[in-house]
Design a protein around this ligand. Sequence first.
Ligand SMILES: Cc1cc2nc3c(=O)[nH]c(=O)nc-3n(C[C@H](O)[C@H](O)[C@H](O)COP(=O)(O)OP(=O)(O)OC[C@H]3O[C@@H](n4cnc5c(N)ncnc54)[C@H](O)[C@@H]3O)c2cc1C
Length: 630
Amino acid sequence: MEYFAGEYDVVVIGAGHAGCEAALACARMGVRTLVTAINLDSIAMMACNPSIGGPAKGNLVRELDALGGEMGINTDKTMLQVRMLNTKKGPAVRSLRAQVDKKQYQDRMKYILECQENLSIKQAEVIKINYEEGKVVSIVTHLGAVFKCKCVIVASGTYLRGKIVIGEISYDGGPNGLFPAMKLSDSLEQIGINLRRFKTGTPARIDSRTVVFEQMSEQPGDQDINTFSFLTGDIDLDQLPCYLTYTNENTHKVIRENLHRSPLYTGDIVGVGPRYCPSIETKIISFPDKEAHQIFIEPEGVFTREMYVQGMSSSLPEDVQIAMIQSIEGLKEAHITRPAYAIEYDCIDPTQLNLTLESKLLSGLYFAGQINGSSGYEEAAAQGIVAGINAALKVQNKEPLILDRSEGYIGVLIDDLVTKGTDEPYRMMTSRSEYRLVLRQDNGDLRLTQKGYDIGLVTDERYNRFIEKKRIIEKEIDRLKMRRVTSTDNVVKFLEKYQSAEIKGGISLYELLKRPEITYFNLSEIDDEFAYLSREAGEQVETQIKYEGYIKKQLSQVEQFRKLENKKLRFIDYMDIKGLSIEAQQKLNKIKPDNLGQASRISGVSPADISVLMVYIEQMRRSRRSDTIE
Ligand SMILES: Cc1cc2nc3c(=O)[nH]c(=O)nc-3n(C[C@H](O)[C@H](O)[C@H](O)COP(=O)(O)OP(=O)(O)OC[C@H]3O[C@@H](n4cnc5c(N)ncnc54)[C@H](O)[C@@H]3O)c2cc1C
């Protein structure tokens, strides 16, 4: 029996990593929002690895933070260990990765939602989305509650028609023993949304009292603590270590002898899995000559003995899991607290969405997170904030926010999903971006804070810090350009100390800093007006000076890119355009690209088709102008 339960501007279905960011963005932009979850104790649950960040994922978190999101701050408040990865490589691929206390992460995020003005949270399974005349009008929960609303954001993760598979056993289920969502898929299909099956898997958890850590190598965190949020600043952290061990021939033998019981190979699993997070059985099959695979034993939290067995994701039967884990050095007596499992779930084809993450089929219907075919907390959160922002802007009748590929990894992520689609869970990687040197993790705030402020999500406190940091960096770069040193004794000693070539006559500190062996903070030894900027700002000054040439080159490529991005494509029936290939006509009518740049990235649309389109746009522009002149 349905009953009217209330009215909101936006209803967010799901309080996972996508749903939390979407709900907070809407509420912080002043829009009345309801966020639902099947179980409120699973808000922001980390169903898989207890870590945030890593290559490209760290960039997403920093960008989301700059826009006014919560994941970065929440990670800084609940991290157990932190490491800057790829420090020996260039700034374009350096990335932060933190081990996080899962329970504290969830508890703090739940509390942030509970304290947020304009936001209500509700434990309920949404089973239906109602619409009229092509617009969303309300949702219905499993208890018959009808909530009227202008927008709905579906952020249902891995729950839709969730199926757990462990060896020969499978059953309807959500992650971590939670209920699945078995009804919403029907409602989405009824709207006309195409669904497909993806799968992902997680490794077992083990009891740390049964692990012999002495037989493993300890992996400590960094001395210098970096943080994700540009608001956090320096923190002290009593870090917990991770541990490294390896599989061996016995492990591989156990797996090979039981492959006939693996649902991956018996066909019980039909969903497509993540290429870059393969199960251990897939690794053994794909790399038969590899003698050992790395296994990291990671803490899940301060107040738990459970540890995560990174690298052993699997869906083999539990008895096989025990044998394979107990074949590993340091784990011979390990007790499995939670078995590894695979989960199959419904997700949508994201090419059914616009760059705003709104459905092309139904106005006011948005999708974010794993439901869009991505994989990972960071990818989900990044989509969540964009869907939330755009639902709020729609309610406020304002222009939507579209981040393009040159503005952030968030732009790359969404463009890849909605323009190219994905046939397997999509994971962000630095190689997916054409502009890695511009989209570094260290300058996320300089790239995106202004946008977050303009749409009303970034607070004055964050904005003022950004403006001040920007001013300080620009002022210091100008100062270094003007400040010159000559080969005084002090400077000569300095250059010898850093094995840097001698100077003839004078040189600006700006030019000196271009030398790879000299760091910004070294300059304090020869510059009595040294500004002693914060580590973050100093890092900015150094990177912008050292990579000036490369950054300039990439920015000119961005300019070229933007020329095509700014050529908007509106209300075109591509079947009418002669000269386009039939494949291009069909693909363009399906994707309905926002602009010429997006059109050029659709597979099957050739450069020849783009030339035809450019001519067509020009003809249209001229005919419109002649119409207005008449
Ligand atoms: C077993 C497993 C293994 C994973 N392995 C990896 C991995 O190896 N690498 C990786 O990068 N990522 C992995 N992930 C993915 C990672 O957990 C997700 O990417 C991330 O959690 C997605 O966030 P999300 O917000 O889209 O969805 P989720 O975090 O799944 O949250 C979905 C939310 O929607 C709610 N919900 C669902 N349906 C309804 C409904 N009808 N009504 C109301 N509420 C609803 C749920 O209660 C929940 O709050 C794994 C996930 C699982 C479950």
